[in-house]
Write a protein that binds this ligand. Structure first.
Ligand SMILES: C[S@@+](CC[C@H](N)C(=O)[O-])C[C@H]1O[C@@H](n2cnc3c(N)ncnc32)[C@H](O)[C@@H]1O
Length: 256
């Protein structure tokens, strides 16, 4: 783990996850929910087709926004993977934060609530507030239902809207969470406005995005922790997502 040093785009560390790693509990709970209800079964479908449709799109368009019509593909292919990544980063970030500073959390580009689910499942506290912001009303409806199905504790509000000036001004009072959503915003926007404005932030994204965040935070003399790790998954999870390893690049901007 590096503190306030430029990020390399190579994996720094390999982490072997045991079956009983605490942050895999939520992934396993999702698998259980998905197996018990056809409504959620797509989240463990691990659709290779959906993934390749998205890969083609990203290759053609760069790291742009996922069209609304393909969000279901995104959920099929990436919810569980991203949940495991966010759960890992949650296990790194929570010990670094004083509990009194821990909310509200603003999950920007929340999608199904991936980062919110990871954090709330570790805090188990109904008084902790989470604001899930996304431009997609459909995704937030699913996020609401899935949060209920997972029986997570916390106070959750779902806001349809653009990540913009309004959300930025509120960030000063809370902690920013972002998982693969900053890659859909303009780099200038998050580097110059979003990250420096937040009281603190935890971001999971592509290595190049994490690199820009580290640079933006350092320019504002904010302390930032970042890493790029490879998680070696236990068989209970790798069998479902169809990969033995997943890579996670993250940055944590410490509360100022
Ligand atoms: C790749 S998905 C990531 C979802 C989730 N955070 C995860 O890790 O699984 C990106 C999400 O950001 C949302 N999004 C993209 N640009 C946005 C913007 N300008 N304002 C609000 N939401 C946005 C999309 O609707 C989508 O749900």
């Amino acid at each position: 783990m590096a503190i306030s040093q430029p990020l390399t785009r190579n994996v720094n560390e390999k982490v072997l996850l045991r079956e009983d790693a605490p942050f895999l509990k939520l992934g396993k709970a999702v698998v259980k929910v998905a197996r018990s209800s056809p409504r959620w079964s797509s989240f463990i479908r691990n659709s290779a087709q959906a993934r390749s449709r998205l890969e083609v799109l990203r290759t053609c368009q760069g790291l742009g926004a996922i069209p609304e019509a393909l969000l279901e593909d995104f959920n099929d292919a990436y919810y569980l993977r991203n949940l495991i990544k966010c759960s890992y980063v949650t296990s790194v970030v929570l010990p670094l934060l004083p509990r009194s500073l821990l909310h509200p959390y603003f999950d920007v580009g929340a999608g199904l609530g991936t980062f919110t689910h990871a954090i709330s499942s570790r805090l188990h506290d109904d008084s902790i507030r989470f604001v899930l912001l996304d431009r997609s009303c459909d995704q937030l409806k699913r996020a609401d239902a899935l949060t209920g199905a997972l029986n997570l504790q916390g106070s959750f509000s779902f806001e349809v809207g653009e990540v913009g000036i309004a959300s930025i001004s509120r960030l000063r009072e809370g902690f920013l969470l972002a998982s693969y959503s900053l890659c859909e915003l303009s780099a200038q926007h998050f580097a110059s406005d979003l990250i420096p404005s937040a009281m603190g932030a935890a971001i999971v994204d592509y290595p190049e995005i994490i690199e820009s965040i580290v640079v933006a935070a350092m320019k504002r003399e904010r302390a930032v922790i970042h890493d790029f790790v490879e998680l070696e998954l236990p068989s209970s999870i790798s069998g479902i997502i169809g990969q033995e390893r997943i890579k996670v690049a993250y940055a944590i901007v410490l509360p100022s």
